[in-house]
Design a protein around this ligand. Structure first.
Ligand SMILES: Cc1cc2nc3c(=O)[nH]c(=O)nc-3n(C[C@H](O)[C@H](O)[C@H](O)COP(=O)(O)OP(=O)(O)OC[C@H]3O[C@@H](n4cnc5c(N)ncnc54)[C@H](O)[C@@H]3O)c2cc1C
Length: 390
């Protein structure tokens, strides 16, 4: 293994791979070090919903940019992202309808194709939906979901074509500095020298940050996904649905399956050791989300349970990531804490992080994601927030 690189990326999820691709295509000599396998962390368990419905401008812009990458993946990156243009529907309770309108206006102002649907229009895009408790919804026709493994592999292979090196089963055990500058990392297979080091360690992000003497407030939290087999009469294509009335989401999956999960701040309470946690669903969870789903889609009463799974969210206090060089000018970068909504932002995060590493004018505003915002009492806040979705 060549032991000197321009940049070392710690972590082989979507963030590490997208950043590796963006750096390598700029001619940097890049190494990605992953303690397990590709997409072995949050990314591999992601529901991979690719929507642009955000309540602040910077994440809406990043999601907008990322959607084009998922859609035109072969041309922009190479290979497949598995993107399915299912559409995306947001349902909010009556008291949040003005907030929904404000967010849709914000999203439209940055070029997102989204609109408000009346109650009469909702069943046109989502047949069989119970809409008696709704006064309107928002709909993004261009959104959908992707395949997290295909997408991550696509970034990895594209980075390799630009000369990046990948080392799996290679754990980073320390981060080395000479004075204020980072000079490399220690790994289970020896030291690696690098002019820049990027912590893309997801739910392990706080542990890795501690190797650089930093306190980054990222908790590793268990997030469950229930899987159901749809009844024969209800197997047609339909949009991804974020149902804030029932604090849950559901999206179709290959094989007439449906993935159903929560959008609930209480998920931040299930803090676990990321190396040792129950990776299956709890019976009570399946019961809970199944009931909520059936309330929204009564025909799903006849659905059958399949084996669900649990993954990890890397949650920060404001449910937004830290993307920052700390200390400034050190060559040590933090890119973690995506709080359960980072997959769709991955392409844009790769671009932004590469801009920060190379010192090029950033395509997106990194200021809201600085680590110091917590100490400054200036967390990321949306124009109108219904819940935890950014
Ligand atoms: C159940 C679930 C559903 C989700 N649904 C969505 C969704 O619908 N849409 C969406 O946008 N987002 C979603 N997310 C969130 C999204 O998947 C994550 O935000 C994103 O995948 C985070 O990517 P990452 O690269 O930061 O982290 P990870 O994918 O966790 O990658 C970090 C990697 O770092 C490695 N690592 C850690 N420590 C070290 C070390 N010391 N040395 C070397 N390697 C190390 C780990 O092994 C891991 O592979 C979901 C997440 C989960 C769990």
């Amino acid at each position: 293994m060549a032991s000197t690189f321009d940049a070392v990326l710690i972590g082989g999820g979507i963030m590490g791979n997208a950043t590796a691709f963006e750096l390598a295509r700029r001619g940097m000599k890049v190494a990605l070090l992953e303690k397990g396998a590709l997409a072995a962390g949050s990314t591999g368990r992601s529901s991979a919903i690719v929507r642009q419905h955000y309540s602040n401008e910077v994440t809406a812009r990043m999601a907008r940019w990322g959607l084009d990458v998922f859609r035109d993946f072969d041309e922009r990156v190479g290979g497949e992202s598995g993107f399915v243009n299912a559409g995306f529907l947001v349902l909010v309770p009556a008291e949040d309808i003005e907030g929904l309108r404000a967010n849709v206006a914000l999203q439209q102002s940055v070029g997102i194709d989204t609109r408000i649907l009346s109650t009469e229009e909702i069943p046109e895009v989502m047949p069989g939906v119970a809409s008696a408790d709704l006064v309107a919804a928002a709909y993004e026709p261009a959104a959908g979901y992707a395949d997290p493994h295909l997408t991550t592999t696509g970034f990895c292979e594209a980075a390799k074509r630009h000369g990046a090196r990948f080392f799996f089963n290679r754990e980073v055990t320390g981060i080395r500095f000479a004075g204020e500058r980072v000079v490399g990392v220690d790994t289970t297979a020896g030291p690696v020298d690098a002019g820049a080091v990027v912590n893309c360690a997801g739910p392990w992000g706080a542990r890795v940050a501690a190797m650089a003497g930093l306190d980054v407030p990222v908790s590793s939290c268990r997030a469950q996904v229930a899987v159901f087999h749809r009844p024969e009469a209800s197997r047609g294509p339909h949009p991804v649905v974020l149902d804030f009335v029932h604090a849950s989401y559901f999206r179709p999956e290959t094989g007439d399956l449906m993935l159903v999960g929560l959008i609930d701040p209480s998920e931040a309470e299930d803090v676990v050791d990321p190396d040792r946690y129950p990776e299956h669903t709890d019976d009570a969870f399946e019961q809970l989300v199944g009931e909520r789903w059936i309330r929204r889609c009564p025909a799903m009463e006849a659905a059958e349970r399949r084996r669900g799974y649990a993954g990890l969210y890397a949650i920060t206090p404001d449910w937004h990531p830290v993307i920052d060089e700390v200390p400034a000018g050190s060559g040590h970068f933090v890119c973690t804490g995506f709080s359960g909504h980072g997959f769709k932002l991955g392409p844009a995060v790769g671009r932004l992080t590469a801009d920060l590493v190379t010192g090029e004018p950033p395509l997106f505003d990194a200021h809201p994601f600085r680590l110091a915002r917590y100490a400054e009492g200036d967390p990321v806040r949306g124009r109108y927030e219904y819940s935890i979705t950014g």
